[in-house]
Ligand binder design. Structure first.
Ligand code: ZN
Length: 255
């Protein structure tokens, strides 16, 4: 989280600045990518490319939504993002959160050079959605002026691939009882890729389990099972059954 965007603005908008830590470089990249949307021409290009991509891709059967409705949702959401960014850009945007503050690293880990700790950006987004699900759903239905469908698509990371850890968490979000259970009305998570990436070395990743189940005890139990499966490279991990994406084909934006 940025304490004060204005205070850190100069530093964060210079990603090559040697004073930036690895984690701040990541935040800097995210801020620059996000605020680039305020360039009118770039924004219009994103809208037309997004529309083309939606029309080209197969919509999963379970999404139960038409291409036209999907395009409508995409454009309305993007316009909302544009308006929100326009407001934030002229103010102190201390509320612009990409990464949550993480606890200090344990001493024995902190001494190792190059070890970082974070929760990846998409997990922060999903955690926010899971925690405020009812309000988001109500406002989305209102924004999209749709009564014909109570399905709201949450597109995540475009065509980029999630890292192994984020991928496994998303599978739990999409399982029966999870926030993105496709058999229920409500929010549907959509990635246009079905690939997954690697587990990051030298990085401690924090989990977001709020979307695994609406029952807190159950969601914590699922989180503990996932962590234990990862520890022993269990055959229950779906990502281990998928083709390995080599570093050269690794186009993950999951960080
Ligand atoms: Zn990730």
């Amino acid at each position: 989280m940025l304490k004060s965007f204005n205070e850190d603005k100069e530093l964060l908008l210079s990603p090559k600045n040697k004073k930036l830590t690895h984690v701040n470089k990541r935040t800097s990249r995210h801020i620059q990518k996000t605020f680039r949307l305020l360039d009118e021409n770039y924004f219009q290009t994103i809208i037309s490319k997004g529309r083309e991509e939606i029309k080209k891709n197969d919509i999963p059967d379970k999404c139960r939504i038409s291409i036209d409705d999907l395009c409508l949702q995409f454009e309305k959401y993007m316009n909302t993002v544009f308006c929100a960014l326009s407001m934030l850009s002229s103010k102190d945007i201390s509320c612009f959160v990409i990464h949550i503050p993480t606890p200090s690293l344990p001493q024995d880990v902190a001494v190792k050079q190059g070890v970082t700790a974070t929760r990846h950006a998409e997990r922060n987004i999903i955690d926010y959605i899971a925690t405020n699900k009812d309000e988001i759903l109500m406002k989305s239905i209102d924004l999209l002026s749709t009564n014909s469908s109570q399905i709201i698509i949450i597109p995540i990371e475009g065509r980029f691939i999630p890292c192994g850890f984020c991928y496994e968490q998303e599978l739990l979000d999409k399982s029966p009882g999870g926030i993105f259970d496709p058999n229920k009305e409500g929010l549907i998570l959509f990635r246009s890729t079905k690939r997954a990436g690697k587990f990051y070395a030298n990085e401690i990743q924090y989990i977001s389990h709020a979307g695994f189940s609406s029952d807190e005890t159950q969601s914590k139990a699922l989180a503990m099972k996932l962590l234990s499966d990862i520890k022993i490279s269990s055959e229950h991990l779906s990502v281990l059954k998928m083709p390995l994406n080599t570093d050269t084909s690794f186009n993950s934006d999951s960080e």
